[in-house]
Design a protein around this ligand. Structure first.
Ligand code: FMN
Length: 372
């Protein structure tokens, strides 16, 4: 199943797997796909530890790193992360902090031990993401850097290209895709609204061909709602160079997902997600629960912009991970509508092999239609 993109990256299957879990990145690479580690939650030092680990476990396979530099955010232009965090903290209304404390208290989610509290401002800005890029570029097997939520700044594109790597960027509209192409992005990732995480309003079936036609001959990866070989075949029949998947990797054996959260994912149907600004400040698809409902009420505070909202909610993310049983109904569960098909735990290898097998069957099915 090789195509030009597979050859450029040295992979067997054009299956790209976005994940926050290093074990998944290594397993995907070893199974012939291309794992991409989401860096947003790591300090540059923690990221270096994760990438060293992947280097030691992925053999001679390549992988990627994903950063988040939005096109627009509060505090844009400030390049000192320490100053920026202090400056932004001053803009957070007490009402928002109190509201977070109240929701967590109502659900009996314990406070974090003092020594486990982390920075509130993670990699959601150029100031915090640029050092992550530096760290990524120190790792030889990193062959691709992807950026979410905007066109990467010109200096970052230049720096990545100078090292011979590829740069990709996500989009949810054709005009965003054209901006990426004009800026020199090598691969455009078109994510339909079905997808997990930050997502736009246009469905995959409409978005993919629009973006593919708009940026041709730049390769486009189809994202949003893909978990099977049939969906992959559909995307590639429309002209996608491969598929970019995220939700699929939350329910694999290798995923670092607490059992209570895994149960929520495995039992959810495709109707159970919502696009909500309640965690990060930008519309993000996740499981609907008491948290998303609380922020959607008329008499509760409106979510702040990015990155302020996440600075308010980061403590809730951490408390959710520390006490997943208690936090079950107020947990940050980013996942797409495909969650309805994710009803059993498989290994990464099984997922990739089943996907490839089904892709071949679907392609043969189309071939037979032509012969008849
Ligand atoms: C748990 C989760 C976290 C995500 N975080 C990011 C992120 O930090 N950066 C990014 O570029 N995309 C992120 N995404 C979006 C994925 O890269 C991908 O585009 C999306 O999952 C594709 O749709 P799917 O979930 O239907 O497969 C995230 C997706 C999920 C499910």
């Amino acid at each position: 199943m090789q195509n030009e993109l597979c050859d450029r990256l040295g992979i067997e299957f054009p299956i790209f797997a976005f994940t926050h879990c290093r074990d998944v990145v290594a397993a995907v690479g070893k199974a012939g796909g291309f794992g991409v580690l989401g860096a947003v939650g790591f300090t540059p030092e923690q990221l270096a530890v994760e990438l060293d680990w992947i280097d030691d476990h992925i053999g001679d396979k390549p992988y990627g790193v994903d950063i988040v530099i939005p096109g627009k955010y509060e505090g844009m232009g400030e390049l000192d992360p320490v100053k920026l965090e202090a400056e932004l903290q001053a803009h957070i209304p007490k009402e928002h902090r109190d509201f977070v404390s109240r929701i967590l208290a109502e659900h009996d989610v314990p406070e974090l031990p003092e020594d486990e509290k982390m920075h509130e401002l993670l990699g959601w800005t150029a100031a915090t993401a640029t050092p992550q890029v530096e760290t990524a570029l120190e790792h030889e097997k990193v062959r691709l850097i992807a950026n979410a939520l905007g066109t990467p700044p010109p200096d970052i594109i230049e720096e990545i290209h100078e090292t011979g790597r590829l740069i990709a960027a996500l989009c949810g509209r054709a005009d965003q895709a054209l901006k990426h192409k004009d800026a020199g992005v090598d691969i455009v990732i078109a994510q339909g609204t079905e997808g997990g995480g930050h997502t736009g309003e246009i469905g995959s079936m409409v978005l993919w061909p629009e973006v593919i036609d708009a940026v041709a001959p730049t390769p486009v990866l189809a994202a949003g709602g893909i978990a099977t070989g049939r969906q992959m075949a559909a995307a590639m029949a429309m002209g996608a160079a491969g598929v970019w998947t995220g939700s699929l990797w939350l329910t694999v054996e290798e995923a670092d997902v607490p059992p209570a959260q895994m149960e929520s994912y495995l039992s959810a149907t495709s109707r159970d997600t919502v696009r909500s600004r309640s965690w990060t400040g930008k519309p993000c698809r996740m499981l609907r629960n008491d948290w998303t409902e609380a922020w959607a009420q008329e008499d509760t505070p409106d979510p702040l912009g990015m990155p302020l909202q996440f600075m308010v909610t980061s403590t809730a993310v951490q408390r959710g991970h520390r006490y997943p049983e208690q936090a079950r109904e107020v947990m940050f569960n980013p996942i797409g509508q495909i969650v309805g098909r994710l009803d059993r735990v498989r290994s990464v290898k099984e997922v990739i092999y089943e996907m490839v097998e089904e892709f071949v069957e679907a392609s043969e099915h189309l071939g037979r239609i032509l012969e008849d």
